[in-house]
Design a protein around this ligand. Sequence first.
Ligand SMILES: Nc1ncnc2c1ncn2[C@@H]1O[C@H](COP(=O)(O)OP(=O)(O)O)[C@@H](O)[C@H]1O
Ligand SMILES: [Mg+2]
Length: 413
Amino acid sequence: MRRRRGKSGMTGALARRGISMKTLNEILNKHTLKVIGLMSGTSADGMDAALTEISGSGTDISVRQLAFVSIPYTDEERREILRLASGGEGGSHDLALFSFYLGGVCLRACREVCAKAEVLPEEIDLVGSHGQTLWHIPQPESYLGTPLTATLQLGEPSVIAEGMGCPVVSDFRVRDMAAGGQGAPLVPYAEYLLYRRADKTVGLQNIGGIGNLSVIPAGCGLEDVFAFDTGPGNMVMDRLTEKLTGGSQRIDTDGRLAAAGKVSSELLAFLMEDAYLKTPPPKTTGREKYGDAYIGAVLNKAAGLGLPACDIIATATDFTAACIQTAIRDFCRPMPEQLIVGGGGSRNPTLMAFIRRRLSIPVLTNEDLGFDSDAKEAVAFAVMAAECVRGVCNNVPRVTGARHPVVMGKITV
Ligand SMILES: Nc1ncnc2c1ncn2[C@@H]1O[C@H](COP(=O)(O)OP(=O)(O)O)[C@@H](O)[C@H]1O
Ligand SMILES: [Mg+2]
């Protein structure tokens, strides 16, 4: 039974509305927590929310997914995210408003996932929210004469805490960066806890806007897990599709356009001439590299080759597959014995066929294992939030390049 604080223990607006706010102490005394994980990735397609039940921690953790929802962004919301994520656009005025706006979207996603699971919002113990990345600088850049790495995820957690009446953990990446890491990728921690096997080296390929690969060697410890960004996931395909269809299609739904085209070996060779693909891990990338300037260069090259739209999209689709193949061949020791694909890219059958054609190991989806491809990253942030409030280190220094393990996440109570 949850203990509610009396009116005297409440403060400000919460007290006036008669809503109690769960304290950290309360939730730390519980065996099983109901935790919502929130994620909005580089694709800027929507806010994902997974409602989970979590008990235990570290390798003794047990996680059950109760429900998942994804609230798609409207065209206007998506345009605004992409505008603010493009660099020089939007000053502190716009960013301040955006952060509070997205906090509201997060809160709506929490309420919707509760409704779907038929769980009352008051039953939620904790929320873990990634926020929306607007800028990520994993390699030091000189600023006021000082070399610095930095990252910016927005989506005001106070708005979520105020609406849900429970603590919210957010802004995970910055602590890893303060410890010398790249602040990414973060999901390998949860992947190690949920997917490790004694008898098999497992590769987990997420295909969101960017592609990330985690390798969990057979019978390994957390320190043996390695992971890095393989290059673009859907980001290049999505943007090319949008441009080449004159904005009438935002994604190549079910890979139909790519399936109707032919991969151009010239354009593919041009795309593979990419310093990022040759850089050894740890490495991460994002919209800063594969955004509009990059798309412009690809379209320029394709125009020079006289390629039709479907061929350009087919080539971009095979490029994502080739990035994964190269990453495994050049940088994975031990090599995965099976690849489990998650993220929105796993819903693109043409991409999946290209990946299977390029690899000699079995390529499965999360669904093949009874997991949920869409919910996986949101579940990971629920897990990381639960570990944060328990004071358990939740980064993987080998993966991010941090000097040591840290507890990632800031707690809003
Ligand atoms: N049915 C589909 N056919 C093709 N691509 C899809 C389909 N469903 C999702 N996707 C792709 O997945 C992307 C969203 O993936 P997601 O894992 O949410 O990425 P992110 O984590 O970057 O938000 C879409 O932008 C699109 O490229
Ligand atoms: Mg998404």
